[in-house]
Design a protein around this ligand. Sequence first.
Ligand SMILES: [Fe+2]
Ligand SMILES: [Fe+2]
Length: 352
Amino acid sequence: MSAKLSVLIVDDNRTNLALMDMLLRKLPGCVTQLQTDAHALLAGIDRLDYDIAVLACRLPQIDGITLASRLRDEPRLRHKPILLTADEPNQGMRGSAADAGIAEVLGKPINPVEFRARIQGLAHQRSPQADSASPWDEPAGAPPEVTAREEEYLNALVRVAGYREQESPLHSQRMARYCAILAHNLGLPEEFCRDLRHAAPLHDIGKARLPDALLRKSGFLSPEERREMEEHTRIGHGMLQGARSRVFRMAAEIALTHHERWDGSGYPQRLKGEKIPLTGRIAAVADVFDALTSIKSYKTSWSIANAFTYLHDNAGEQFDPACVAAFESAREEIAEVMRAMPDPDDGTADAA
Ligand SMILES: [Fe+2]
Ligand SMILES: [Fe+2]
C-alpha cells in the first residue's frame, strides 16, 4: 500500500463505522474520513477529496447508490472507486450499483479479511489523477499494461528461471495460473490478476545464483545449506527490484515473500499475517499446491483431494485463511489447469 491512501467511509451505524475505521487503520499509510450524515457530506462536496469511498447502501436521508451517483457527478471524484456495503445484496441491487459506476458490492456483516482485500484491490485501480501512487502504479509516462516487448522479456526470464527449477518443468506456469484464479476469487481487479499471472513465474528466479550441488541435492539439507537455500528469496528480490515496470516490481515482491508464513515462522523476514504482502500470501498457496501435486524426481504427486486437505489444515498457520478459502472455491478451475498442463508422465489420474 502506498504512503497515502485516503478512504471515505459513510455509514450511519457507528459500530460499523468504527469497525471499518479500525480495519483500515491497520493498513500502512491508510487514513480514513468518517461520515454519518450524507447530506452534510454533499453540502461540502466542493472540498471533498478521497481515494476510495465506502458507502452504506441504506442511509437515513439518501440511499448509497444515489449518493454514489451524486459523488460521481462531481468531475474531480468521477473516477474514484466506490465500494457499497449492503445487508443482503441481491442481483437487482448489484445491477443498479454497477449502473451507478460502483466498483464493488460487499455484504454485511463486514468480513474483515474480505473488506481489506477489496480495499487493497481498489487501491490498485485508483484514478490516474490520484496524488499518491499504489505500489503497482506505473511511473509517469510508463505504459499502463504489460506490453508485447515487456512480455518477451518476462518470458525470457521465466525460461532462464526454469533451468534452475527443482519442480516440474511446468511448475511456474501452473502456479502463476493458480495465483490469478485465486486473486480473481478474492475479488481483486482484472488488471491485478493479469499482472500477477505475468509476475508469479519469477518467484524462484533467485535460485539462478545458488550452486548446482545445493539445488540438485536430494534428501535433508544441513542447517547451513538450508540458510543458503533460503537466500533465493532475497537474491530474487535483488534481481527484480527497482524496475519501472509494475509487473517487475510485483515479481520482486513475490520473490521476497512467497515463503513467509501466516503465523510468522516463514522466511526471510518472518513477517506475520497481513504484514505479508497479499501477492506473497497468494503465491504461497499456489506454490505449495503445485509442488504437492506435481511430480518431482524423488517423489510422486499428491492427489488434488489430499493437496486441498493440506492447504485447509494449514490455513491460519502456514497460509492466509482467506487465500485458502478463495483457492478452495475454485476447485474446478484448478483441476482444469492441471488437466490442461500435465507434467510429463504425470500421475494425476488419481486426482479427484
Ligand atoms: Fe521459493
Ligand atoms: Fe515454486
